[in-house]
Design a protein around this ligand. Sequence first.
Ligand code: SF4
Length: 444
Amino acid sequence: MQDLKRLISKYSTPGPRYTSYPTALYFTEDENMQRLKELALDSQQQLSLYIHIPFCKSLCWFCGCSSSVCADLAKIDEYIDLLEAELDLWRESGLNKPRVRQIHFGGGTPNLMTKDQTLRINDIIKRRFEIDPEAEISCEFDPRTLTDEKVQAFMALGLNRASIGIQDTNADVQKAINRIQPQQMNVEAVNCLRSKGIKSINCDIIYGLPLQTLKTFSKTLDDLMSLQPDRIALFGYAHVPWVKPSQKILEKNPLPTSDEKVELFITAMKHFEGCGYEYIGLDHFAKPQDSLIEARKNGTLHRNFQGYSTMAGLDTFAIGLTSISDTKTSYRQNHKDMRLYKESIQSGRLPISKGLILTADDIVRRGIIMDIMCSLKVDYNNYGVDFKTVFADAIEKLDSLRDDGLVNVLDNGFEVTPLGRLFLRNIAMLFDNKLAGKRYSKTL
Ligand code: SF4
């Protein structure tokens, strides 16, 4: 335990979460928009479709997502009109009923939509995409606005996975973060989803929130375990008030120190492992029979803007405000500002605000970083470059990680050890040449 704490404090440094490489901080408005569009249209065979619903009933003060409070549900109708119009613009550009193997509703709070609004979105999707009969269809749910009929509406599209936001079950912590959500609501949400036949449920919790102590957090962990989620996402709260000014409010109450955060993380990790969950890496844990574990074993684990997913090789086609899409060689992001998003669509322009076309060097580095994150190993022969020459500096630095037990260095590559899974971001950073001058949250 002492050694683990020593390593965590040694490697706790600002760094990307690598849901993409290069990170979104490198997307630029100066990118060639025409080319971004062509690259999107070239990748229509097998897609992962992401739909962003950027509205919530109230704002949780810790939240780093793109969302705004929506008191008038008519605003959501207008937004669905825009989503439909965005897809029509893509169809006019050449998008031709591509096949989707994954659909994910994220937010914000997708289940702020009424039953009828959800059914309308379902219809819009069905008319424009061919949905694979085996597709994974998932949604992020907020138990505070979940109802039986809303779940039923998502089921009509084929929902088979759900993710629910728990965060913390302590009443004082909930007050400090502006998210009142008694445990009974979580129980009812999980029961509702399971009664409809949803077999895979993920729960999100957060460590590092104001007023959290080992005692309060242990109770949150017990509450979480009583729900028996199939997957758990254990996020470290990233305090970045220079990006999210609302986080400043959290400073009214004491935030756990770095050392206390480490204790909270280790407590949670041991709790989950003691209950039979396996550590995927970064923030994710899963039951041994979960498909994420299987994907890790058979090499199909993938990392994208939604975190880990089981389907490697799919390009993400994302619609809605602020949503990010990727292809094998590019990223593109829609406007973050609703006014600009709307104006763009209403004047007949795709609402892409920025993007990035990857260089050959970016593609190699992205491959290495995603292998570290997903396969936990790097074979120097796999990237089409003279690896030992191009990455001589990084290879030299691996020795120190090996001495700390984070990697095993092989003749022609390296593999991440079970301990090293805690430090994936640090290992990946060795191969990232775009760290300078950007502000990131701490790796641990
Ligand atoms: S945590 Fe979820 S519900 Fe809370 S503001 Fe963020 S997106 Fe909305």
